[in-house]
Design a protein around this ligand. Structure first.
Ligand SMILES: [Zn+2]
Length: 166
């Protein structure tokens, strides 16, 4: 997971993501802080190796975490694609973007979108990065879930392009 809740005494917990942290904070500072999973509330450790992109991992088995069941299995490739898709989406909408969030849960359709941009006019656009092949009916079903239950556009992200459907 590339986002987590920062928990500090006397302050509201705050969601931060690794691309943001990596650009602005020192490794020692990130390690010294207390992080929690924003879905299940369990403790998370920052992983900041030399090879893989930085991410957060549950300290214990995440078996009861919604992230396990409601999002795609997370590999380094999936994390990289997620980040690239989020950044491409932000770039695409430019000045219209109000915020970019990673790993956003939509409980009514039991899915966690990899990245969501919220535009200044209130429209939200979700991306799910998909590495394993997905059949057309499954793609349509998933897109339909986002479009019908919540006012959101779902874009499919491929390594080199983002294509919006619906
Ligand atoms: Zn969790």
């Amino acid at each position: 997971m590339i986002s987590a809740l920062l928990v500090r005494e006397g302050q509201e917990p705050k969601v931060l993501d690794m691309p943001y942290l990596r650009a602005r904070r020192a490794r020692a500072e990130i390690t010294a802080q207390q992080w929690q999973c924003k879905f299940c509330g369990k403790a998370m450790s920052p992983r900041m190796g030399a090879i893989r992109a930085w991410y957060f991992a549950h300290r214990s088995e995440p078996s009861e975490c919604p992230f396990e069941t409601e999002s795609e299995r997370e590999s380094p490739q999936h994390q990289a694609l997620k980040r690239a898709a989020g950044e491409a989406l932000k770039h695409h909408f430019g000045d219209q973007v109000d915020s970019l969030e990673y790993e956003v849960r939509f409980p009514n359709i039991r899915r966690i979108a990899d990245a969501v941009v919220t535009l200044k006019d209130g429209l939200r656009v979700a991306v799910e990065a998909q590495l394993s092949p997905l059949t057309l009916p499954r793609l349509q079903e998933r897109t339909h879930a986002y479009l019908i239950r919540i006012p959101i556009n779902l874009c499919r992200a491929a390594t080199s392009e983002i294509r919006c459907v619906g």
